[in-house]
Write a protein that binds this ligand. Structure first.
Ligand code: THG
Length: 367
């Protein structure tokens, strides 16, 4: 692969100077912005994430802010998850669907106040869908992308590091809740969340100017904890079954196909734009679904296109993410598999660039 040419359309983040100083080795592009994918090596980063603590530049998790009297109404139009019981201070993982029930995004929504929400988006331009709906329905709501850049602190020592910088009260923040904390006199939302299964926090840094001071403070406070710059780790997120929008699912998939049915209350989600379509398809139930796929044999190359899944001569699915797991000593994968072959233990073949491989479909992910 050649290099990617920098330009103003490929946005840097408030933490990019720190990321570069830490020796970033690879980036991807996400929401038109740089997302680090590797520091030392994907495997070294993986072991370190599970043992210590990492600071992640996840500014690519852009916020779509909804502000005004109709903010809650617009939020409910976007998702089949019932939001009526949600309180300020809570985060919800919410499928976002279009009028056909197709997935447009799978963000974390934060309810800041009755009339103010942040939608912390995955890699698709949700801002325009939200603006279009607000305008088309003449809603009394402001929709924009504020200067907010999440910084994640992930790993088993995350709580200790965060307590050193923000005080012991951060220890009391529960999973998928957030509170307001101060750094150098600036208010920041801090949630117990993040794109790993190792535990940790996400700091919603408001104002790019405070980004590097916070980055440096975390690095200094965590020196004896072996803190290191890190990033969402391919191996760990596959082990944990954390989905990647645009890779593991697209707008061709319903939330139910994505295994996100547990985040839908379609009957109760009155106002959701995709509600009727989802109720229709829910009657029959999905005919394909996301599964963990254990690909046997030597380490596979990285998955930059869908790999066909076969049962003999019949195509029964695709693999969308794969990596060799040092802890589980097998290739861990995420794929979409047809109903006929989605039971735990079902044996299939995966057509990888390294040849045809035997594989086993699993109903549970590794962590
Ligand atoms: N954090 C924030 N924004 C994000 C992500 C994030 N935006 C982009 C991307 N990640 C969106 N996708 C996901 C996918 C999974 C989760 C969050 C965002 C996630 N899932 C947990 C799980 O599946 O175990 C918990 C879900 C729950 O129980 O509610 O955290 O990571 N700010």
């Amino acid at each position: 692969m050649a290099f990617i040419a920098p330009s103003r359309r490929l946005r840097r983040t408030p933490f990019s100077d720190g990321v570069e100083a830490a020796g970033v080795k690879a980036y991807t592009v996400y929401n038109h912005m740089l997302l680090p994918t590797m520091f030392r090596s994907v495997e070294e980063d993986y072991h370190h994430l599970k043992e210590a603590v990492q600071v992640w530049d996840v500014a690519v998790e852009r916020q779509v802010e909804l502000r005004g009297p109709d903010a809650g109404r617009l939020m409910q139009m976007l998702t089949p998850r019932d939001l009526r019981g949600m309180l300020p201070g809570q985060c919800y993982y919410v499928p976002i669907v279009d009028e056909t029930g197709g997935m447009l995004n799978d963000p974390v929504a934060l309810k800041l106040a009755e009339d103010r929400w942040w939608i912390s988006i995955a890699d698709s331009d949700l801002l325009y869908w939200a603006k279009g709906i607000a305008y088309g329905y003449r809603l009394d709501v402001l929709v924009d992308e504020p200067d907010v850049s999440p910084l994640a602190v992930q790993g088993p020592r995350a709580e200790e590091l965060m307590a050193r910088v923000f005080g012991d009260a951060v220890r009391d923040v529960r999973f998928f809740r957030f509170g307001w904390f101060q750094f150098e006199g600036r208010d920041m939302v801090i949630a117990r969340s993040g794109y790993s299964k190792q535990g940790g926090y996400e700091i919603y840094v408001e104002g790019g100017d405070i980004g590097m001071p916070l980055w440096n403070a975390l690095m200094e406070a965590g020196r004896d904890l072996d803190v290191h710059a890190g990033c969402p780790n391919l191996i760990e997120r596959i082990e944990g079954g954390l989905l990647s929008y645009g890779n593991d699912m697209t707008d061709d998939n319903t939330p139910h196909e994505c295994g996100l049915g547990r985040f839908c209350d379609t009957h109760l989600a009155i106002g959701c734009i995709g509600r009727d379509a989802l109720l229709r398809v829910a009657k029959e139930g999905p005919v394909q679904q996301i599964r963990a796929i254990d690909i046997l044999g030597d380490p596979v190359p990285s998955c930059d296109r869908w790999w066909p899944v076969w049962s003999g001569k019949k195509r029964v699915g695709r693999v969308s993410s794969a990596a060799y797991s040092p802890d589980f000593k097998t290739n861990v994968g995420i794929g979409m598999v047809r109903l006929s072959h989605w039971d735990d233990g079902d044996e299939v073949q995966v057509e990888t660039p390294a040849g045809m491989r035997d594989a086993i479909v699993r109903e549970k992910f590794w962590i």
